[in-house]
Ligand binder design. Structure first.
Ligand code: NAP
Length: 305
Protein backbone atom coordinates (compact mmCIF):
# COMPACT_ATOMS: atom_id res chain seq x y z
CA UNK A 1 0.00 0.00 0.00
CA UNK A 2 1.35 3.39 -0.96
CA UNK A 3 -0.03 6.93 -1.20
CA UNK A 4 1.02 7.70 -4.76
CA UNK A 5 1.91 5.07 -7.33
CA UNK A 6 3.63 6.38 -10.43
CA UNK A 7 3.80 4.21 -13.53
CA UNK A 8 6.86 5.12 -15.57
CA UNK A 9 10.25 6.59 -14.75
CA UNK A 10 10.88 9.08 -17.56
CA UNK A 11 10.94 12.87 -17.05
CA UNK A 12 7.20 12.98 -16.22
CA UNK A 13 7.23 10.08 -13.76
CA UNK A 14 10.38 11.17 -11.93
CA UNK A 15 9.30 14.80 -11.65
CA UNK A 16 5.96 13.62 -10.28
CA UNK A 17 7.85 11.47 -7.76
CA UNK A 18 10.00 14.42 -6.61
CA UNK A 19 6.92 16.63 -6.15
CA UNK A 20 4.92 13.88 -4.45
CA UNK A 21 7.71 13.15 -1.97
CA UNK A 22 8.17 16.82 -1.17
CA UNK A 23 4.40 16.96 -0.57
CA UNK A 24 4.84 14.38 2.19
CA UNK A 25 3.52 11.36 0.28
CA UNK A 26 4.80 7.82 0.28
CA UNK A 27 5.73 7.33 -3.37
CA UNK A 28 6.32 4.14 -5.31
CA UNK A 29 7.58 4.25 -8.91
CA UNK A 30 6.98 1.29 -11.19
CA UNK A 31 9.74 1.30 -13.75
CA UNK A 32 9.37 -0.58 -17.01
CA UNK A 33 12.02 -2.99 -18.29
CA UNK A 34 13.70 -0.23 -20.33
CA UNK A 35 14.21 1.95 -17.29
CA UNK A 36 14.45 5.68 -17.60
CA UNK A 37 12.32 6.44 -20.65
CA UNK A 38 13.08 7.68 -24.13
CA UNK A 39 15.15 10.70 -23.08
CA UNK A 40 17.76 8.33 -21.66
CA UNK A 41 18.40 7.14 -25.23
CA UNK A 42 19.10 10.65 -26.57
CA UNK A 43 22.70 11.72 -27.07
CA UNK A 44 23.18 15.44 -26.68
CA UNK A 45 20.36 17.30 -24.98
CA UNK A 46 20.75 21.02 -25.47
CA UNK A 47 17.25 22.24 -24.68
CA UNK A 48 16.74 21.13 -21.08
CA UNK A 49 17.27 24.23 -18.90
CA UNK A 50 19.85 24.19 -16.17
CA UNK A 51 22.70 22.53 -18.03
CA UNK A 52 25.08 24.93 -19.76
CA UNK A 53 26.74 22.37 -22.02
CA UNK A 54 24.82 19.59 -23.81
CA UNK A 55 24.36 16.55 -21.58
CA UNK A 56 23.39 13.03 -22.61
CA UNK A 57 19.76 12.14 -21.96
CA UNK A 58 21.00 9.30 -19.77
CA UNK A 59 22.93 11.69 -17.52
CA UNK A 60 19.86 13.91 -17.07
CA UNK A 61 17.63 10.94 -16.26
CA UNK A 62 20.23 9.43 -13.94
CA UNK A 63 20.37 12.72 -12.00
CA UNK A 64 16.55 12.86 -11.81
CA UNK A 65 16.40 9.28 -10.53
CA UNK A 66 19.07 9.91 -7.89
CA UNK A 67 17.19 13.05 -6.80
CA UNK A 68 13.99 10.99 -6.38
CA UNK A 69 15.90 8.27 -4.48
CA UNK A 70 17.47 10.88 -2.17
CA UNK A 71 13.99 12.17 -1.34
CA UNK A 72 12.78 8.65 -0.53
CA UNK A 73 11.15 7.18 -3.65
CA UNK A 74 10.78 3.42 -3.80
CA UNK A 75 11.51 1.94 -7.25
CA UNK A 76 10.20 -1.39 -8.49
CA UNK A 77 11.04 -2.80 -11.93
CA UNK A 78 7.84 -4.51 -13.03
CA UNK A 79 5.46 -4.14 -15.95
CA UNK A 80 1.92 -3.04 -15.20
CA UNK A 81 -0.76 -5.29 -16.66
CA UNK A 82 -3.98 -3.74 -15.35
CA UNK A 83 -5.54 -1.27 -12.93
CA UNK A 84 -8.66 -1.94 -10.88
CA UNK A 85 -10.28 1.48 -10.58
CA UNK A 86 -13.67 0.14 -9.43
CA UNK A 87 -12.88 0.68 -5.72
CA UNK A 88 -10.49 2.67 -3.51
CA UNK A 89 -7.65 2.22 -2.92
CA UNK A 90 -6.75 1.43 -6.53
CA UNK A 91 -5.15 -1.94 -7.20
CA UNK A 92 -2.40 -2.12 -9.78
CA UNK A 93 -1.52 -5.59 -11.06
CA UNK A 94 1.94 -6.17 -12.53
CA UNK A 95 3.70 -9.15 -14.08
CA UNK A 96 5.01 -9.99 -10.58
CA UNK A 97 2.56 -8.73 -7.97
CA UNK A 98 -0.17 -6.29 -6.97
CA UNK A 99 0.01 -2.89 -5.27
CA UNK A 100 -2.57 -0.64 -3.67
CA UNK A 101 -2.48 3.14 -3.97
CA UNK A 102 -4.60 6.13 -3.01
CA UNK A 103 -3.70 7.92 -6.26
CA UNK A 104 -2.01 6.94 -9.52
CA UNK A 105 -0.05 8.93 -12.07
CA UNK A 106 0.37 7.24 -15.44
CA UNK A 107 3.59 8.42 -17.09
CA UNK A 108 4.32 5.54 -19.45
CA UNK A 109 5.55 7.60 -22.43
CA UNK A 110 5.53 6.17 -25.90
CA UNK A 111 7.43 3.54 -27.83
CA UNK A 112 8.76 3.59 -31.37
CA UNK A 113 6.35 3.52 -34.29
CA UNK A 114 7.29 1.02 -36.99
CA UNK A 115 6.69 1.42 -40.72
CA UNK A 116 4.82 -1.84 -41.18
CA UNK A 117 6.58 -2.62 -44.48
CA UNK A 118 7.62 -5.99 -45.86
CA UNK A 119 10.81 -7.35 -44.25
CA UNK A 120 10.80 -4.85 -41.36
CA UNK A 121 9.76 -7.34 -38.68
CA UNK A 122 11.85 -10.14 -40.15
CA UNK A 123 15.05 -8.08 -39.99
CA UNK A 124 14.42 -6.34 -36.66
CA UNK A 125 17.58 -6.88 -34.64
CA UNK A 126 19.40 -8.01 -37.81
CA UNK A 127 19.81 -4.58 -39.38
CA UNK A 128 16.50 -2.87 -38.65
CA UNK A 129 16.41 -0.78 -35.48
CA UNK A 130 14.44 2.07 -33.92
CA UNK A 131 17.29 3.19 -31.66
CA UNK A 132 20.43 4.67 -33.19
CA UNK A 133 21.95 5.31 -29.77
CA UNK A 134 21.50 1.66 -28.78
CA UNK A 135 22.43 -0.06 -32.02
CA UNK A 136 24.44 2.46 -34.07
CA UNK A 137 27.79 1.04 -33.04
CA UNK A 138 27.00 -2.31 -34.73
CA UNK A 139 27.12 -0.42 -38.04
CA UNK A 140 30.58 1.11 -37.66
CA UNK A 141 32.00 1.77 -41.13
CA UNK A 142 28.79 0.60 -42.84
CA UNK A 143 26.15 2.29 -45.00
CA UNK A 144 22.92 3.04 -43.17
CA UNK A 145 19.53 4.61 -43.88
CA UNK A 146 17.39 6.66 -41.49
CA UNK A 147 13.67 6.99 -42.22
CA UNK A 148 11.78 10.05 -40.95
CA UNK A 149 11.86 13.86 -40.92
CA UNK A 150 11.50 14.76 -37.23
CA UNK A 151 14.04 15.58 -34.53
CA UNK A 152 14.70 11.92 -33.83
CA UNK A 153 15.51 11.16 -37.48
CA UNK A 154 17.82 14.17 -37.80
CA UNK A 155 19.59 13.54 -34.51
CA UNK A 156 19.94 9.85 -35.36
CA UNK A 157 21.41 10.76 -38.76
CA UNK A 158 23.96 13.04 -37.08
CA UNK A 159 24.85 10.44 -34.46
CA UNK A 160 25.28 7.74 -37.10
CA UNK A 161 27.37 10.01 -39.34
CA UNK A 162 30.11 9.90 -36.67
CA UNK A 163 30.20 6.10 -36.76
CA UNK A 164 29.05 4.91 -40.18
CA UNK A 165 30.50 5.18 -43.68
CA UNK A 166 27.41 6.88 -45.08
CA UNK A 167 23.96 7.90 -43.90
CA UNK A 168 20.96 8.41 -46.19
CA UNK A 169 17.95 10.15 -44.71
CA UNK A 170 14.72 9.10 -46.42
CA UNK A 171 11.72 11.35 -45.94
CA UNK A 172 8.32 11.47 -47.63
CA UNK A 173 8.31 15.23 -48.28
CA UNK A 174 10.73 18.18 -48.35
CA UNK A 175 9.54 19.81 -45.13
CA UNK A 176 10.74 18.63 -41.76
CA UNK A 177 9.44 18.59 -38.21
CA UNK A 178 13.00 18.74 -36.85
CA UNK A 179 14.34 21.97 -35.31
CA UNK A 180 15.87 24.42 -37.78
CA UNK A 181 19.25 24.40 -36.05
CA UNK A 182 19.45 20.60 -36.26
CA UNK A 183 18.39 20.66 -39.93
CA UNK A 184 21.17 23.09 -40.75
CA UNK A 185 23.81 21.00 -38.97
CA UNK A 186 22.63 17.85 -40.80
CA UNK A 187 22.61 19.61 -44.17
CA UNK A 188 26.20 20.71 -43.61
CA UNK A 189 27.38 17.16 -42.79
CA UNK A 190 28.98 15.71 -45.96
CA UNK A 191 28.41 12.09 -44.88
CA UNK A 192 24.61 12.57 -44.83
CA UNK A 193 22.63 12.46 -48.09
CA UNK A 194 18.90 13.04 -48.35
CA UNK A 195 16.31 11.24 -50.44
CA UNK A 196 13.25 13.46 -50.27
CA UNK A 197 9.76 12.59 -51.49
CA UNK A 198 10.49 8.89 -50.95
CA UNK A 199 8.73 6.31 -48.79
CA UNK A 200 10.25 3.06 -47.61
CA UNK A 201 8.63 0.09 -49.29
CA UNK A 202 10.57 -3.09 -48.51
CA UNK A 203 13.52 -4.19 -46.41
CA UNK A 204 15.76 -6.39 -48.50
CA UNK A 205 18.20 -8.86 -47.00
CA UNK A 206 19.81 -12.25 -46.98
CA UNK A 207 20.71 -14.80 -44.32
CA UNK A 208 23.30 -12.45 -42.85
CA UNK A 209 21.01 -9.44 -42.47
CA UNK A 210 19.84 -6.32 -44.27
CA UNK A 211 21.28 -5.61 -47.73
CA UNK A 212 19.11 -2.68 -48.82
CA UNK A 213 15.97 -0.61 -48.55
CA UNK A 214 13.59 -0.41 -51.47
CA UNK A 215 12.10 3.09 -51.69
CA UNK A 216 9.39 4.61 -53.85
CA UNK A 217 9.19 8.17 -55.11
CA UNK A 218 5.81 9.60 -54.09
CA UNK A 219 5.69 11.93 -57.13
CA UNK A 220 6.44 9.60 -60.02
CA UNK A 221 6.16 6.15 -58.33
CA UNK A 222 9.64 5.18 -59.50
CA UNK A 223 11.40 2.65 -57.24
CA UNK A 224 15.01 2.07 -56.37
CA UNK A 225 16.99 0.18 -53.76
CA UNK A 226 19.44 1.92 -51.44
CA UNK A 227 22.21 -0.57 -50.63
CA UNK A 228 22.73 -0.54 -46.83
CA UNK A 229 23.38 -2.80 -43.87
CA UNK A 230 21.41 -0.82 -41.30
CA UNK A 231 17.97 0.82 -41.35
CA UNK A 232 16.94 3.13 -38.53
CA UNK A 233 13.23 3.82 -38.30
CA UNK A 234 12.50 7.22 -36.70
CA UNK A 235 8.89 7.95 -37.56
CA UNK A 236 7.51 8.97 -34.18
CA UNK A 237 6.01 7.19 -31.21
CA UNK A 238 2.93 5.29 -30.08
CA UNK A 239 1.66 6.00 -26.53
CA UNK A 240 1.85 3.04 -24.15
CA UNK A 241 -1.68 3.11 -22.86
CA UNK A 242 -3.31 -0.19 -23.90
CA UNK A 243 -3.34 -1.49 -20.31
CA UNK A 244 -5.62 1.42 -19.30
CA UNK A 245 -8.54 0.41 -21.50
CA UNK A 246 -9.85 -2.26 -19.12
CA UNK A 247 -9.81 0.29 -16.27
CA UNK A 248 -12.22 2.50 -18.22
CA UNK A 249 -9.69 5.30 -18.76
CA UNK A 250 -10.75 7.50 -21.67
CA UNK A 251 -8.21 7.62 -24.52
CA UNK A 252 -7.90 9.92 -27.53
CA UNK A 253 -8.11 8.45 -31.07
CA UNK A 254 -4.27 8.43 -31.24
CA UNK A 255 -4.13 6.35 -28.04
CA UNK A 256 -3.03 9.18 -25.71
CA UNK A 257 -4.79 9.42 -22.35
CA UNK A 258 -7.46 12.12 -22.40
CA UNK A 259 -6.61 14.65 -19.68
CA UNK A 260 -7.67 18.16 -18.76
CA UNK A 261 -5.26 21.01 -17.99
CA UNK A 262 -4.80 19.56 -14.49
CA UNK A 263 -3.69 16.18 -15.84
CA UNK A 264 -6.93 14.63 -14.52
CA UNK A 265 -8.37 11.68 -16.43
CA UNK A 266 -12.05 10.72 -16.35
CA UNK A 267 -11.29 8.66 -13.21
CA UNK A 268 -10.90 10.68 -9.97
CA UNK A 269 -7.51 10.07 -8.38
CA UNK A 270 -5.96 8.80 -11.62
CA UNK A 271 -3.75 11.27 -13.51
CA UNK A 272 -1.63 11.09 -16.65
CA UNK A 273 1.46 13.09 -17.58
CA UNK A 274 4.13 13.23 -20.26
CA UNK A 275 4.10 11.72 -23.75
CA UNK A 276 1.43 9.11 -22.92
CA UNK A 277 -1.03 12.03 -22.64
CA UNK A 278 0.51 14.43 -25.17
CA UNK A 279 -0.20 14.26 -28.87
CA UNK A 280 1.40 17.61 -29.60
CA UNK A 281 4.54 18.75 -27.77
CA UNK A 282 6.31 15.55 -26.71
CA UNK A 283 9.22 17.40 -25.13
CA UNK A 284 11.11 16.28 -22.04
CA UNK A 285 10.69 19.65 -20.34
CA UNK A 286 6.94 19.59 -20.96
CA UNK A 287 6.71 16.00 -19.73
CA UNK A 288 8.50 17.11 -16.55
CA UNK A 289 6.10 20.05 -16.19
CA UNK A 290 3.01 17.90 -16.54
CA UNK A 291 4.51 15.41 -14.07
CA UNK A 292 4.74 18.25 -11.54
CA UNK A 293 1.12 19.31 -12.27
CA UNK A 294 -0.17 15.75 -11.87
CA UNK A 295 1.65 15.36 -8.55
CA UNK A 296 0.28 18.64 -7.17
CA UNK A 297 -3.24 17.47 -8.06
CA UNK A 298 -2.61 14.00 -6.58
CA UNK A 299 -1.38 15.54 -3.30
CA UNK A 300 -4.57 17.64 -3.06
CA UNK A 301 -6.73 14.64 -3.95
CA UNK A 302 -5.16 12.49 -1.22
CA UNK A 303 -5.31 15.26 1.38
CA UNK A 304 -8.99 15.93 0.68
CA UNK A 305 -10.21 12.30 0.54
P1 NAP B 1 7.83 13.26 -35.04
O1 NAP B 1 8.27 14.62 -34.70
O2 NAP B 1 6.41 12.88 -34.89
O3 NAP B 1 8.30 12.98 -36.53
C1 NAP B 1 8.00 11.79 -37.17
C2 NAP B 1 8.52 11.85 -38.58
O4 NAP B 1 8.28 10.61 -39.19
C3 NAP B 1 7.83 12.92 -39.41
O5 NAP B 1 8.77 13.53 -40.25
C4 NAP B 1 6.81 12.12 -40.22
O6 NAP B 1 6.60 12.64 -41.51
C5 NAP B 1 7.52 10.81 -40.39
N1 NAP B 1 6.59 9.68 -40.51
C6 NAP B 1 5.60 9.33 -39.66
N2 NAP B 1 4.99 8.21 -40.08
C7 NAP B 1 5.62 7.86 -41.24
C8 NAP B 1 5.46 6.81 -42.15
N3 NAP B 1 4.54 5.86 -41.96
N4 NAP B 1 6.28 6.75 -43.23
C9 NAP B 1 7.22 7.69 -43.43
N5 NAP B 1 7.44 8.73 -42.58
C10 NAP B 1 6.64 8.80 -41.49
O7 NAP B 1 8.63 12.14 -34.19
P2 NAP B 1 10.09 12.19 -33.52
O8 NAP B 1 11.09 12.71 -34.45
O9 NAP B 1 10.29 10.83 -32.95
O10 NAP B 1 9.93 13.19 -32.33
C11 NAP B 1 8.93 12.94 -31.33
C12 NAP B 1 8.87 14.14 -30.41
O11 NAP B 1 10.04 14.19 -29.64
C13 NAP B 1 8.75 15.46 -31.18
O12 NAP B 1 7.95 16.33 -30.48
C14 NAP B 1 10.18 15.95 -31.19
O13 NAP B 1 10.30 17.34 -31.31
C15 NAP B 1 10.67 15.43 -29.85
N6 NAP B 1 12.12 15.24 -29.86
C16 NAP B 1 12.86 16.32 -29.47
C17 NAP B 1 14.22 16.25 -29.49
C18 NAP B 1 14.98 17.47 -29.04
O14 NAP B 1 14.34 18.48 -28.74
N7 NAP B 1 16.30 17.44 -28.98
C19 NAP B 1 14.87 15.08 -29.91
C20 NAP B 1 14.09 14.02 -30.36
C21 NAP B 1 12.70 14.12 -30.33
P3 NAP B 1 5.66 13.93 -41.75
O15 NAP B 1 6.44 15.08 -41.21
O16 NAP B 1 5.49 13.95 -43.22
O17 NAP B 1 4.40 13.66 -40.99
Amino acid sequence: MTDLLIIGAGPAGLTAAIYGLRGGLKVMVLKGPYGLGQLALTNDVENFPGFIEPLSGFEIMDKMEKQAVRLGAEFITETVESIDASKRPFTVKTDAGAYEAKAIIVATGSHARWLGIEGEKEYRGRGVSACATCDGFFFKGKDVVVVGGGNTAFEDALFLSKICKSVTLVHRRDEFRAAQRTIEIVKAEPKIKMKLFYVAEKVEGDVLGVTGLKIRNVNDNSVETLPCQGIFVAVGGVPQTDFLKSAGVELLPGGQVKVNERCETNIPGLYAAGDCADAHFRQAIIAAGTGAKAAVEAINHINLN
